[in-house]
Design a protein around this ligand. Structure first.
Ligand SMILES: [Zn+2]
Length: 325
C-alpha cells in the first residue's frame, strides 16, 4: 500500500519529467484505471481567493486522449496532498486541468528513455520532448499499475484561463478534490513544523487513541501502518494510549520521527529513480519496528510485540512504549 513518501516520489518523478517539455506522443490503455471520483459529491463550482469558476470531470478514453494529446505541462507541474497527486496542464484552448492520480496498491510514475520497451502494466505513457537543443534529454513518463486499484481522471476548467490565473485555478481545482475526499492536513508538511503539530493534535485529536488517529486520513493525510508504527516507537508512545496521555515532548518526538522516516524513504526511493514500496523490503527493511515482530527492540533488545488495533497489525516494544493508562 503506498504511503505518503511513495506518492511524493511519484510526484517528483512526474514533475521532473514534465518540466520544460511538451507531449509528442501519447499512449492510453482503455481500462478501468480511468474512472471518475464519486460524482454526486463533486463540486462543479470552484472558488479561488478572488473569484469562482466551473470545472468539468473527464475520464473516458476519447476525452483524455484529446485533452492530453496537445496539452502543455504547466509549472509547478505537480501537486501532492497526502496520497493524492496531480500533474498540471494547459489545454490547447487555454483551459487548464489537473490529471489526478491515486496510486492504489502498486501504481507509480516512472521515467523511461524514449526508446525503451513499454512495461506490460503501462496504462498511460507520455513521450516528452524537452525544450532544449539536446535530443538526448527526451524521455517518457509512464504510469505503471499491475493491479487495478489505482485511479486516474481529469478535472478541467470549463473555460480558458488567463496566464496570470493559471496556477491559482489549478490549485483551486486540486484543493476542491482534497476537500471533497475529506482529507486532513498533509502529514509530511505538518510533521516538519512540530509546534503546529502539537497545536493541531491537541485541538483536533487529544482524546483519541494515537494509532487509530494517526491512520485517520481525515485527520492527517498520508500516514499508513509503516510510519504510524515508526513514529510511535520514536515517541515511546504505546499504540493504545491517547494523545492526552502523551507529553508535548513526546509529540515533538513523534513529529520528528515521522518527518525523519518519511524523508529517509524519499531519499532511498529517489536514488533508485522510482518508488520502492516499503512493505516489500523483507530482512533489509530500513524500519526500526515495522514488520519486525519478535525481533529484538533496537533500544532495549526485548522481543517486539504484536497487537491488532482496528484490524491493523501493530508492532511495538512493551518495554520502551509504556502506556500510562
Ligand atoms: Zn524496547
Amino acid at each position: 500500500m503506498p504511503e505518503l513518501p511513495e506518492v511524493e516520489v511519484s510526484a517528483r518523478i512526474a514533475g521532473s519529467a514534465l518540466k520544460d517539455s511538451h507531449i509528442q506522443n501519447l499512449l492510453l490503455k482503455d481500462c478501468k484505471l480511468f474512472r471518475p471520483p464519486q460524482q454526486s459529491t463533486l463540486q462543479s463550482q470552484v472558488d479561488t481567493e478572488h473569484s469562482s469558476f466551473n470545472q468539468e470531470v473527464f475520464w473516458q478514453h476519447g476525452d483524455l486522449s484529446s485533452l492530453l494529446s496537445d496539452a502543455l505541462p504547466l509549472a509547478p507541474y505537480t501537486f501532492r496532498h497526502g496520497k493524492l497527486m496531480a500533474c498540471l496542464f494547459q489545454a490547447q484552448d487555454a483551459r487548464v486541468f489537473c490529471l489526478f492520480a491515486r496510486l492504489g496498491m502498486t501504481g507509480k510514475f516512472v521515467r523511461r528513455s524514449v526508446d525503451s520497451a513499454l512495461h506490460k502494466s503501462t496504462k498511460l505513457s507520455l513521450s516528452l520532448v524537452k525544450h532544449s537543443a539536446d535530443p538526448t534529454t527526451d524521455l517518457r513518463l509512464d504510469f505503471l499499475n499491475t493491479r487495478m486499484f489505482g485511479q486516474i481522471w481529469i478535472q478541467c476548467s470549463r473555460y480558458a484561463v488567463s496566464p496570470d490565473q493559471r496556477v491559482e485555478v489549478l490549485r483551486a481545482i486540486f484543493d476542491s478534490e482534497v476537500k471533497r475526499s475529506n482529507m486532513g492536513l498533509d502529514a509530511y508538511e505538518l510533521s516538519s513544523q512540530p509546534i503546529s503539530w502539537i497545536k493541531y493534535i491537541r485541538e483536533q485529536a487529544n482524546h483519541r487513541q494515537v494509532k487509530t488517529a494517526l491512520l485517520d486520513q481525515s485527520l492527517l493525510a498520508g500516514i499508513g501502518n509503516i510510519y504510524a508504527a515508526e513514529c510511535l516507537f520514536t515517541a515511546k508512545a504505546h499504540p493504545l494510549a491517547k494523545f492526552s496521555q502523551l507529553s508535548d515532548e513526546q509529540l515533538i518526538l513523534m513529529a520528528q520521527g515521522l518527518y525523519e522516516s518519511m524523508t529517509q524513504t524519499l531519499i532511498r526511493s529517489e536514488g533508485q529513480g522510482e518508488v520502492i514500496y516499503g512493505s516489500g523490503l523483507g530482512p533489509k527493511s530500513p524500519f526500526a519496528v515495522y514488520g519486525r515482530e519478535g525481533e529484538p527492540c533496537p533500544t532495549c533488545q526485548a522481543p517486539l510485540a504484536f497487537l491488532r488495533i482496528a484490524g491493523r497489525a501493530t508492532v511495538f516494544c512493551k518495554n520502551c512504549q509504556i502506556s500510562k493508562i
